[in-house]
Design a binder for this molecule. Structure first.
Ligand SMILES: Nc1ncnc2c1ncn2[C@@H]1O[C@H](COP(=O)(O)OP(=O)(O)OP(=O)(O)O)[C@@H](O)[C@H]1O
Ligand SMILES: [Mg+2]
Length: 364
């Protein structure tokens, strides 16, 4: 049976949801070269130790071993993406995406294991997306890289040792970041209209990602070609500066942006110093978040002035969650709209777009 899934291949994290399942899978987009590791105590969950061999005709290197996601977040040789990486062509993003798709298959409750020694096989139709600026030029290449037959083998991953999964992507429907998020907000699971203002109106979106910020303008659910645009910056640019300043000031180095973001999400800004003692790094974080928010609010104001037909502006993406209080302050009298789980809205939108294209009825 072909599975339908929405997958947001983000520069910060890959977010995956299967049709009919409530729980999304989130895997940080971080990889490190894999090797035979010494296991003192097995991790309590397989997602904490994604140790995989990935083989795909779309990757430059076949059959390489990687530590993916949480396991790579603390690793000294880990790689996170940079502004210069192109999401549509990035091998790293594809490795993490394929690992997530394989993992979701072997851990889904409806799944029965293949015979001994055989490979598990899963077929997917996926909905996914690209930033405004990459879409026109790269969506075909992106689609071609995704579609095809790939293989992921789990190595030292607890509960999954030696499981080989053939991931066949039969079709990939590529939408536009931010616009898909709005589609999710405007529609029900049945794809019927949930909110008439959003569905039929002229809506501005500012979707703040890790490395890109997209400003689609959506009118009656159609993207405005002329006014939609994207910026090559996101929260990561500021996170990198915070990491640098904290290291300069306190000699404490965050091993990855993901580790810093964990702190931001928990609102836990106290770091441990070598030789005991603790410091609060809020005084380093806040000025950068204020700066980011001022810049974003200014960009929104400019957009709105250029296109006064816009009825309301939604601020979405993980960056919206991080910057919300600062953005509200920077926006002054300009009203901005925020939603819960803003970093997951694209993913749900991609699933709906894929579902509408394949015209499968909604499950549940
Ligand atoms: N709830 C949250 N609170 C604070 N920060 C968050 C939250 N969720 C995500 N972030 C951070 O916000 C940034 C953007 O997250 P998001 O998941 O939207 O990025 P992405 O989609 O992976 O990146 P891109 O859109 O550039 O490909 C990241 O740095 C992420 O770590
Ligand atoms: Mg994103």
């Amino acid at each position: 049976m072909i599975k339908l899934a929405g997958i947001d291949i983000g520069n910060d994290s890959i977010k995956l949801v299967m049709d009919g399942s409530a729980e999304p899978l989130i895997v940080p987009n971080v990889v490190a070269p894999g090797y035979d590791r010494h296991i003192l105590q097995e991790e309590d969950s397989p997602v904490k130790a994604l140790d995989v061999m990935v083989s795909s005709p779309s990757l430059a290197q076949r059959n390489q071993r990687y530590f993916v996601g949480l396991m790579a977040v603390e690793h000294e040789d880990n790689m996170e993406l940079e502004e210069t990486d192109n999401k549509a062509l990035s091998d790293q993003s594809l490795i993490v995406a394929l690992t997530a798709l394989a993992y979701a298959c072997v851990t889904s409750s409806s799944y029965t294991q293949s015979g001994f020694g055989g490979a598990d096989e899963v077929e997917y139709v996926i909905g996914t997306g690209l930033p405004v600026r990459l879409y026109a030029k790269f969506h075909e290449a992106f689609e071609q890289r995704l579609v095809g037959e790939h293989e992921v083998t789990f190595l030292s991953t607890p509960q999954l040792q030696g499981r080989r999964v053939k991931v066949a992507i039969r079709r990939a429907v590529v939408s536009i970041e931010g616009a898909a998020a709005l589609y999710n907000l405007a529609t029900l699971d049945s794809l019927q209209v949930r909110d008439e203002e959003l569905y039929y109106g002229c809506i501005g979106v500012c979707e703040i990602g890790a490395l890109t910020t997209d400003f689609p303008v959506v009118k009656r659910m159609n993207i405005d070609n002329h006014f939609s645009y994207g910026e090559q910056f996101g929260l990561s640019n500021y996170l990198d500066l915070i990491i640098r300043d904290v290291e300069d000031a306190y000699g404490y180095r965050f091993p990855s942006r993901a580790k810093l973001v964990q702190r931001v999400k928990e609102r836990n800004f106290v770091i441990q110093m070598l030789g005991e003692g603790q410091v609060d790094i809020r005084s380093v974080v806040e000025p950068y978040f204020q700066r980011a928010a001022t810049r974003v609010a200014e960009l929104i104001r400019k957009r709105w002035r250029k296109y006064p037909d816009i009825q309301c502006f939604y601020v979405l993406g993980g960056g919206a969650a991080a910057l919300k209080p600062y953005l509200q302050e920077a926006a002054g009298s300009m009203r901005l709209r925020f939603v819960n789980d803003s970093e997951l809205q694209n993913m749900y939108g991609y699933l709906k777009v894929a579902r509408s294209r394949t015209s499968q009825p909604a499950l549940g």
